[in-house]
Design a binder for this molecule. Sequence first.
Ligand code: SAJ
Length: 440
Amino acid sequence: MKIRELLDKIQQKHALIGVIGLGYVGLPVACMFADKGFQVVGVEIRADRVAAINAGQTPIEGEEPGLAELLNRVTQNGSFRATTEYAELLSADVILLDVETPVDDTDHKPRYTALKAACQSLGPVLKESALVVVESTVAPGTVDNIVRPLLEEASGKCAGRNFLLGVCPERVMPGKLLANLCSLSRVCGGGTTETSDLMIKLYRHVVEAELDATNIITAEMVKTTENAYRDVEIAFANEVAKICEANGADVWRVRELVNKSPYRNMHLPGAGVGGHCIPKDPWLLAYAAENKVPLKLIPTARSINDAMPSHVADMVAAELTAVGQELPGAQVAVLGYAYLENSDDTRNSPSEMLVAHLKEMGMIPVVHDPWVAEYQGELLEMVRGCAAAILMVKHEAYRHLDLSAMRAVLRTPIFVDGRGFYDPETVRAAGLTYRGIGRG
Ligand code: SAJ
């Protein structure tokens, strides 16, 4: 094991860095190391993405400030190139694993197909004394129980002796990929303390924030826990919202006053929890408890948050029934389809769940979203003739809706606020009935 040699290569930026998986994590991180002076080769299974990347075109949707220019620069100057061939990693001194690690929609168990395939393909080309870092979010215990054995078997090498293994979870967010990668602290979990130290020397080239050395299991725990924490906090806010609805209170005012108490940070209740991280990572954490620790809070929080879209659908159904509107055939305008405000990202969108519930009741959803190409259009024209309008995403474009004009085109004047985005009195002054999450 030539750790000293690897350390020098990393410090001198002579180490060849391989990145497996050029998605919304792998691509930016590959570009950032290349831009700092490393030679980087990215291995990506999809040949179309490889071609786009080598042509200097980012395949990442949405607005990612700085990424297109950065990618163009590093592909033009030859410091970064993409390939489908693992053989191009034969001389890689550092390999970052950035493949997808989804959980199954039904049993919520991790699906490691991509991770296992990456390890099996990397093994045969893994160089003596290379450093392998798992950046993908995995269930605690995955690196020791799955990644290490697979790599050892496929390479005939021994972790800690012939190659080094570590975990460095990412904290990216769509729309801030590059900013988060360099400005947020990261955990460097090494199989040995030497490995953590090496990882810190490596990431110091691209991360301006704190780098915390720890071991592998801790690093796996931190990433899944920080997102499970957020999910539980949101579920708490959603449960309080329902209590407020049942007791004639306003959860938004309650939250504002609760958070004036020291050390309180009640999160925002809402029409659901979407995205690529929060709905998934609690299940990865829970997987580490399977057959070991009986869990209640973390799975329950998931079910509370996943039930919010149907809660909104029930609100709409109650209001339509109250005005004698038949549900079957009733058109309902859904304002917002992205999972997060001012984003075009629709992964695990609560609106997708809402649309399914509305259809189950026989209603006909009419979806609008200024950020999602499929749902763009003139809002009032899409709302015209609908029996209700539901605000699902607090896009800036929805902040100053012409409520009177909306009242004029709606068949029945019902406005359901899924994000506490509107003041009920303002809505009522426009002649609309107001129903909202957390407002009794
Ligand atoms: N949401 C609520 N109530 C809240 C906060 C969010 O209902 O109080 C909903 C949002 O509407 C959305 C979903 O939850 O549908 C997720 O929102 P998010 O703000 O957590 O955004 P994400 O999914 O992009 O989360 C990412 C995570 N970052 C990483 O995994 C690296 C998360 O840990 C961060 O806290 C979050 O970005 C952030 O705000 O930076």
